[in-house]
Write a protein that binds this ligand. Structure first.
Ligand code: HEC
Length: 94
C-alpha cells in the first residue's frame, strides 16, 4: 500500500505541468537572435506575431521569395512540422 502511494507521488512530480510550456526542438535557436520580447533594427521581434505569420514568413524565406541575410538558411533547416511547432510556441509568448 505504501509503495503505491510513493509511486503516485513520484509520478505526479515528474509529469510535466503543461506540455505547452516546453519549447519544441529548435525553438531555443530562435531566441538567441530574436530575444523574444524585443527586436532591433536588423532583427525584428517575434513576440506579438501570430503562429500563422511566422509560418508564412519561414516558408517565404525557405523558398527564396523573401529577402534575407540569415533567415533563408535557418528556415531551410526545419521541416514544415518543426516550423509549425516552433511558430505555435513562439506565438504563445505574446
Ligand atoms: C542568426 C540570427 C537569427 C536566428 C538564430 C534566427 N533569426 Fe529569424 N531573423 C533574423 C534576421 C536578421 C531577420 C531579418 C531577415 C534577414 O535578414 O534574414 C529575421 C527575420 C525573421 C522573421 C520575419 C519577422 C518579421 O517581422 O518580418 C521570422 C518570422 C523569423 N526570423 C523567425 C525565426 C525563427 C522561427 C527562428 C528559429 C527557428 C529564427 N528566426 C532564428 C535573425 C535570426
Amino acid at each position: 500500500m505504501r509503495t503505491i502511494i510513493v509511486a503516485a507521488i513520484l509520478l505526479a512530480a515528474i509529469a510535466p505541468a503543461s506540455a505547452q510550456s516546453v519549447a519544441p526542438p529548435g525553438a531555443a535557436a530562435c531566441s538567441g537572435c530574436h530575444a523574444l520580447g524585443v527586436g532591433s533594427a536588423s532583427i525584428p521581434p517575434l513576440s506579438g506575431q501570430t503562429p500563422e505569420s511566422i509560418v508564412t514568413a519561414m516558408q517565404a524565406f525557405r523558398m527564396g521569395q523573401r529577402q534575407a541575410t540569415v533567415m533563408d538558411r535557418i528556415a531551410k533547416g526545419f521541416s514544415d512540422e518543426e516550423t509549425r511547432a516552433i511558430a505555435d510556441w513562439v506565438g504563445q509568448k505574446r
